[in-house]
Write a protein of this length. Structure first.
Length: 83
């Protein structure tokens, strides 16, 4: 469904491996193709302090479990809601 793909693209939901596999098949691609190039993708921010923050967060992502990542996102969502 388009609305689900949009939620994935915007980081509002995390698809299962099975769902990612289906998406890859629909794109006539391998599952691994969906992950290739992630390390090379630039995180661009207009403000240099935001850029530094994004780069630091990116360094921590590989060591976080999916549950830890979700907790971090939830904290950010809560803080943004109180801004």
């Amino acid at each position: 469904m388009r609305c689900y793909i949009s939620r994935v693209e915007n980081g509002h939901t995390v698809p299962s491996i099975e769902t990612l596999s289906r998406i890859a098949r629909a794109l006539d691609a391998q599952l691994a193709d969906l992950f290739s190039g992630l390390d090379e993708m630039p995180l661009i921010a207009a403000d240099p302090s935001e850029q530094q923050f994004l780069e630091e967060m990116r360094r921590y992502l590989p060591v976080l479990t999916p549950a830890e990542r979700e907790r971090v996102l939830e904290m950010v969502r809560q803080m943004a809601g109180h801004a």
